[in-house]
Design a binder for this molecule. Sequence first.
Ligand code: GDP
Ligand code: MG
Length: 439
Amino acid sequence: LAESLEDAWKKLRGQDKIRESNIQEALREVRRALLGADVNLQVVKDFVAEVETKALGADVIAGVRPDQQFIKIVYDQLVEVMGETNVPLAKAETSPTVVLMAGLQGTGKTTATAKLALHLQKLERRALLVATDVYRPAAIDQLVTLGQQINVPVFAMGTDADPVEIARQGVEKAKEMGVDTVIIDTAGRLQIDENMMGELARIKEIVQPHETLLVVDAMTGQEAANLTRTFHEQIGITGAILTKLDGDTRGGAALSVRRISGQPIKFVGVGEKVEALQPFYPDRMASRILGMGDVLTLVEKAQEEIDLVDAAKMQEKMMSAKFDFTDFLKQMRLLKNMGSLGGMLKMIPGMGKLSNEQLSQGETQLKRAESMINSMTKEERGNPDLLSSSPSRRRRVARGCGYGESDVSKLVSDFTKMRSLMQQMSQGAMPSMPGMPGL
Ligand code: GDP
Ligand code: MG
């Protein structure tokens, strides 16, 4: 699948722009890849439509191959939809934090309950596990055994008790024991049914959980979407755990679950053992969904290329009169990405060797310049002459960043001097060192 995606992107290569006509085939491949990863059909349709809009609206970066830019757009969108960053487990202001586990039978709820407790242990949080699955005697034993394995207490009342009552008393017990988290394992069914939903709703009503986690088997595929919709509508979830990702599924369920519920996937299960739980990272999942590690490498390459082109464009601009404070700021950020000022200075013709001390002084000055530029209006950044001619503007900027008015004046005059020096340089002259901060 990664290969067919690459094929489609190859066809985009050589085209000079991302256009409606040349994008269709690539979009079809994205669609095929997502369906192959078991993302729900409706979710795929919406996603592809969004990618199309973004790709067509994207500024074409001169020098970057359209296929590279396109792959980056697809990947970024996938990461964005899945939530950008990892969202940790909730923590209540007053203990105990109540976590309710929900999901169909066999998805890995009981296992995940123990896995979560072990995860919390590593964060020095202590948990109590509550066994409310009274329908299968083995289910209680299973949780008790897991609890013993990780040395975490389990609250159970046998198979005759009412699950809602067990949950209520379990939370009371947690308060008594002074543990900070109570995780309530519940009974699942093979399919969604009213009894299960009713019982879950009653438990939720009684214990008022801070976190209701839907446990979804990653192998569920297309169905994950409907499942999530029903649970979210009827119970209301705050997050999900995607289990059995150690299998060969590409994990498209992650996209469906997130998209349909709007809630983050917080953890992934990657094995039967209690240690096999990992925080969910959208970027890793995005490359898995698109076809394992290969895509990530492609995206990295694309990113590199985009950065390089940016740097080249900037140098061109530096040599022209159009260079303004916005460019200067961008230039500084680029410098930061490149790690050090030294590397950048070597790129400027006519720059001799600078000592480390001079360099670090330069960096301090650059930071000052950055905060002054941040206090300028967009208009002023684009047209430094506005500041040269207006003391009141310079005063306002100075007030905004907390530096003196003379500092701002100096920045502006140094900047203008530097700009004209650079123009001279580009016309072959070799002037002395520009007096720009840091340079
Ligand atoms: P429950 O019915 O939802 O409580 O599911 P269980 O926790 O009893 O798990 C059902 C089966 O799935 C057990 O055999 C578990 O060992 C297995 N299981 C749970 N999580 C994972 C996982 O992340 N990976 C794998 N490979 N198996 C898992
Ligand atoms: Mg269970």
